[in-house]
Ligand binder design. Sequence first.
Ligand SMILES: Cc1cc2nc3c(=O)[nH]c(=O)nc-3n(C[C@H](O)[C@H](O)[C@H](O)COP(=O)(O)OP(=O)(O)OC[C@H]3O[C@@H](n4cnc5c(N)ncnc54)[C@H](O)[C@@H]3O)c2cc1C
Length: 422
Amino acid sequence: MNPNPPTEFGPADLQLDALLVGGGVAGLWLLNRLTSAGYRALLLERDALGAGQTLASQGMIHGGLKYALSGRLTPAATAIADMPARWAQCLAGAGEIDLRAVTVRARDYHLFAAAGTLGRLTTFFASRGLRGRLRRLRAPEFPDGLPTPHFRGTVYALADPVLDVPSLSAALAHPVAHLIYRSDADTLFDASSLSPDGARLRLGDQRIHARHLILTAGAGTAGLLATLGLGAPRMQRRPLHQVIVRAPGLPPLHAHCLTGIRRAEPRLTITSHPDHEGWLWYLGGQIATDGVRQTRAALIDTARRELTACFPWRSWQDARIDTLAIDRAEPMQLDGARPDEAFATATGPAGSCIVGWPVKLTLAPDLADRVLSLLPPPTRSSASAPPVALPLPRPAFGTVPWQSAAVLNTVARPTAAEPETR
Ligand SMILES: Cc1cc2nc3c(=O)[nH]c(=O)nc-3n(C[C@H](O)[C@H](O)[C@H](O)COP(=O)(O)OP(=O)(O)OC[C@H]3O[C@@H](n4cnc5c(N)ncnc54)[C@H](O)[C@@H]3O)c2cc1C
């Protein structure tokens, strides 16, 4: 039975231009943009802000070089190339959203490879297409994680920053906190909630009519589309099995390891995050892509071997290593491949439901542009509308995965009988 019969709704109900579902980077960025543009919007988050992929991400604002390791500038590399400059403006307080409160973990990202192992990428990195984006460092400029004389090889710096994602979520939520509520949207809708003039729902005594329902719910979007009876767009999941490394005295390092690279993906993609004991390393890249086929115990073994191969001057035997299995949620691609760009589309009766996946944290600004281009201008009354107060709790901020109970259970050494995590 429809919990929100449309005939009960009238002009006295709360009228919104947009109701957003999902408080990850996509929803929070978009809510800021909509509000600044004069739209009357609210956001519902079922769990905690950033609780999905956002707080599990590595916080890298990519300029696309990672997608050019085949030795050519791919469509993905080109699509994302403008993003670091756009974020830099926001971080400086001169962009579309004021992100001056965000902690920047690193201004530059590094690429390194042991001597003689970079192959033809050496020529590509020196090519005209990459001029100005990549700077080869002299030994005295090497980061602390690649100390001379232990490390002998090549290091490049890339002007792609790494952000502290909890502080990013907080900076995005702060200006719009009064517009965010905690609720599982799956329980509010059914297949008759959408009509050509928007979405209707009831929260306690409050009846709401939103001209557009916007789904930025990450992996939760597939379920919401099913609840709403919408067959398109379809979602794909691309799994990762990330690695978390704690070891005494780990220096902060933000770098792709390209030592002996054989495919167009970094061997290790390292970011560093503060923990109660100091810095921990969070590893993505090939190890996390290939790791989806490994048990937790097998991946911990692999991580110890890979760290030894990439950082042979220090012992990794006493490192405490854990893993995190998590899916990326994206629009379905023909061959399950990585989409090149942010994705937004209008679906449902008269396009009253908009669905968006940023595909990368970096592309959240691009996703917001795409959603805004699908919306009509805000209704005239929105600017003068009184503040909204709904009978709902507010969501808390989520925690980073390495602080959650599941991954505090670290092991000092590989064990024979580890349970499989995925
Ligand atoms: C391990 C990993 C590392 C990554 N590293 C990077 C990186 O370094 N740089 C980069 O650019 N990108 C990175 N990404 C990609 C990036 O994290 C994602 O593209 C981005 O965070 C997606 O944001 P989102 O807001 O769409 O989804 P999410 O962050 O998943 O947010 C969706 C939100 O919707 C909520 N929700 C779901 N269902 C409902 C419902 N029914 N009702 C209400 N709320 C609901 C969820 O609770 C969640 O808070 C990484 C991804 C992963 C998995």
